[in-house]
Design a protein around this ligand. Structure first.
Ligand SMILES: Cc1cc2nc3c(=O)[nH]c(=O)nc-3n(C[C@H](O)[C@H](O)[C@H](O)COP(=O)(O)O)c2cc1C
Length: 315
């Protein structure tokens, strides 16, 4: 029985429910006219191991309701992290959700999607009223699963599952000191040194210093820079640009200058531009090697975390 005196702020209730992280599924069936039906659902849960049973719930307002109320079979697809676009597609109304998808068929001819983290082909066992939803309990007839990492949903947003770092340690060989092994400064230093090694070799072969290399990078990214502006942009690298360094770059005809005094502006010569492009290509190829095995999300997360470390360590 519901309590008539209980007043619930439905937005707050939704937010509180969103604190529970779930996976994302697409539940499919076939209606009496042979049309494929399906929707995105995060209400999936396990019920019983013996017999194997699962449940999920469907809003009574759903356009798919009649098909699930009459169908004897349905299939639950636990989506892989790469399948967010499928989740978006199946959460829309009034579109042909199955257009262009390659389908297999399960019991009762229910449509089956590929490349999921897991699939459960079910026979509808029970339907229960649950407020504004219907709860479907299904007996699992067949299932399969893969190594695809799952798509997660939390606080109204898609998410990715990351094993906790301590449960998934990556060992860096040839590092004996237990302090160093885990010291952030050491790890960042080694990563940065190794990442830069091929680029360093290249700038040395071109007769440049590290500071000279940074000046070329700064001028490749923006034209007409004063010495003061270049110095400001070099600050995070720890380099201070002296007249001597600038003189060397001018002498090597990598940089050209216009004007006089502090307002004089520096630019790359075509030779300087050629060097900068060469070094940029090397830096990019070195970056590609460094991020092997990281997907787009990992990389975005890593860069974000590093930006935080840079901000936190700024003087
Ligand atoms: C991540 C996510 C989880 C959802 N979970 C459910 C759910 O468990 N039950 C439900 O009825 N709707 C759920 N929805 C909403 C339906 O997918 C959405 O209302 C869809 O338009 C229903 O399609 P239909 O009206 O064609 O059946 C969810 C949507 C998203 C994006």
């Amino acid at each position: 029985m519901s309590n008539p005196n209980l007043v619930i702020d439905s937005k707050q209730f939704r937010n509180a429910l969103g604190a529970f992280a779930t996976g994302v599924t697409i539940v499919t069936t076939r209606d009496g006219e042979g049309t494929d039906v399906g929707l995105t659902a995060s209400s999936f849960n396990s019920v019983s191991l013996e017999p194997p049973m699962i449940l999920w719930s469907l809003a009574k307002t759903s356009g798919s309701l009649s098909a699930f109320m009459t169908g004897d079979y349905f299939a639950v697809h636990v989506l892989a992290a790469e399948q967010q676009s499928l989740s978006d597609r199946f959460s829309k109304r009034g579109i042909d959700k199955f257009a262009g998808l390659e389908l297999e068929r399960g019991p009762g001819q229910v449509p089956l999607l590929g490349d999921c983290a897991a699939r459960f082909k079910c026979k509808t066992s029970f339907r229960y009223e649950g407020g504004d939803h219907i709860i479907f309990v299904g007996e699992v007839i067949e299932f399969d699963h893969s190594a695809h990492p799952p798509l997660a949903f939390h606080g109204g947003k898609y998410a990715k599952v990351h094993p906790r770092a301590l449960e998934n340690p990556v060992d860096v060989e040839d590092v004996n000191s237990s302090f160093n092994k885990d010291y952030l400064g050491f790890l960042l230093g080694v990563a940065s040194m190794q990442l830069y090694q091929p680029v360093r070799k290249d700038w040395q072969q071109l007769g440049l210093t590290e500071c000279g290399y940074f000046v070329l990078s700064v001028l490749a990214a923006g034209k007409h820079k004063t010495q003061g502006q270049i110095e400001e942009l070099l600050k995070p690298s720890g380099h201070r640009l002296g007249d001597e360094e600038l003189g060397k770059l001018l002498q090597a005809e990598l940089v050209t200058v216009q004007g006089d005094g502090p307002a004089r502006q520096f630019d790359l010569t075509s030779r300087g531009h050629e060097y900068a492009v060469k070094l940029f290509v090397q830096a990019k190829s070195s970056e590609q090697k460094a991020i092997a095995g990281l997907d787009w999300d990992d990389l975005a997360l890593l860069k974000n975390l590093l930006k935080k470390v840079i901000r936190n360590t700024r003087n």
